[in-house]
Design a protein around this ligand. Structure first.
Ligand code: GDP
Length: 372
């Protein structure tokens, strides 16, 4: 039952990703296997079932929630005669659509080529190439048939280009001197951009789609006469393609080099604990998990739960815990300062600002011990 709940959540998220990329989802298929089929990922019966559905309903694309191996992708496309996207390709596509600076575009292009390289011989590259659509933006459109060597050269070139920009960005970061730097981190769509806007009164693009933020923005913020820099970073997500973790190194450098992390959580989301775990996992991967951190639980205006009757003795589940009860769980034992807010209604903003001020001040004082 719990497994099923998880599965629904995962597919909800995948559907949201598909929506962000511009697709509408008609039907979901699931399958229980002890292990994915090495040749086709799903079993042959399931493949036939999907194929028939696709035919009958003129479906254009089948999306898988995992990364498929190059041969699985090829076999599935041959068998089902439809364009197949996996989670990685879908995420890369969204990043490609949303990259705004030349740096971000270069990063995405690199990640797309790295994804493409072992998958060059795919069938739909011939069939579907002209049509475009999800998974076909970026390098896939024009250069898919050119040979691997050219792509490898391009990868080398892009890496060099990124290295140059990396250096420039590192210099820029150095030039920011000793001003305290705070970075907003958190799962995608939790409200980081909204919070950035309301704290710094700037206009950062916020919308209810995954990865609205791709490029980092840095703003100077002043709370109670204390200036510091606030960075809005790319949203983290479960199973972030490894190609992206690598190529977004610099974006993540902002996090790595921050003095203070402000971890934003969407507490109205059923899987918020999983989200926290995913974010902590990435922080660990980039070795930023020991930094001072503030936990900001956002969207309390949207928090809802299934109220239990007073004499109902059934045990608490994630679904029927009230906010007050949540606060007494592991949250109470957290070693980080914790605050519950709504970035939309600005509830508890003074408390949050005070918390940020206190943490920034601590770091500031450790740097300038003799000033007052
Ligand atoms: P980001 O991906 O973390 O930068 O998230 P955004 O700032 O783009 O916000 C994602 C969505 O959540 C947007 O539709 C926001 O309007 C919405 N949102 C952000 N903060 C709140 C909040 O406190 N309450 C509610 N109900 N929605 C919020």
């Amino acid at each position: 039952n719990q497994d099923e709940e998880k599965l629904t959540e995962y597919l909800d998220e995948l559907e949201f990703l598909a929506f962000t990329a511009g697709a509408t989802v008609q039907k979901r298929f699931t399958q229980k296997l002890t292990q994915p089929d090495s040749k086709t990922f799903i079993g042959s019966g399931k493949a036939i079932e999907i194929k028939e559905y696709v035919k009958e309903n003129e479906i254009g694309t089948v999306i898988f929630d995992d990364e498929l191996s190059p041969s699985q992708l090829k076999n599935l496309e041959r068998e089902m005669e439809v364009k197949i996207l996996d989670r990685t390709n879908l995420i890369l596509d969204i990043f490609a659509q949303r990259a705004q600076t030349s740096y971000a575009r270069t990063q995405v292009e690199l990640a797309q080529y790295q994804y493409l390289l072992p998958r060059l011989t795919r069938m739909w590259t011939h069939l579907e190439r002209q049509k475009g659509g999800i998974g076909m933006r970026g390098p896939g459109e024009t250069e898919i048939e050119t040979d691997r060597r050219i792509i490898r050269d391009r990868i080398t070139l892009l890496k060099d280009k990124l290295k140059t920009i990396d250096k420039q960005m590192a210099t820029q970061r150095n030039n920011r001197g000793k001003v305290v730097r705070a970075a907003l981190v958190g799962y995608t769509n939790v409200g980081k951009s909204t919070l950035m806007n309301s704290i710094s009164k700037s206009e950062v693009f916020a919308e209810n789609k995954l990865f609205a933020t791709l490029d980092t923005t840095v703003r100077k913020v002043v709370i109670g006469n204390l200036p510091f820099l606030l960075t809005d970073t790319v949203g983290f997500i479960r199973k972030l393609p490894t190609q992206l973790v690598e190529s977004f190194k610099s974006t993540l450098d902002e996090v790595r080099e921050a003095d203070l992390l402000i971890h934003v959580v969407d507490i109205s989301h059923e899987s918020f604990e999983d989200h926290i775990e995913s974010v902590n996992h990435i922080l660990m991967e980039i070795n930023a998990h020991q930094k001072p951190m503030i936990m900001v639980f956002n969207k309390i205006d949207d928090f809802s739960y299934e109220k239990k009757d007073e004499d109902d003795l059934t045990p608490s589940t994630r679904k029927n815990i009230s906010l007050e009860e949540w606060k007494k769980t592991w949250m109470a034992k957290s070693k980080y300062p914790t605050v519950f807010i709504s970035a939309l209604t600005k509830e508890n903003f003074p408390e949050m600002k005070k918390m940020i001020y206190d943490e920034v001040m601590k770091i500031h004082i450790s740097r300038f011990p003799y000033n007052d």
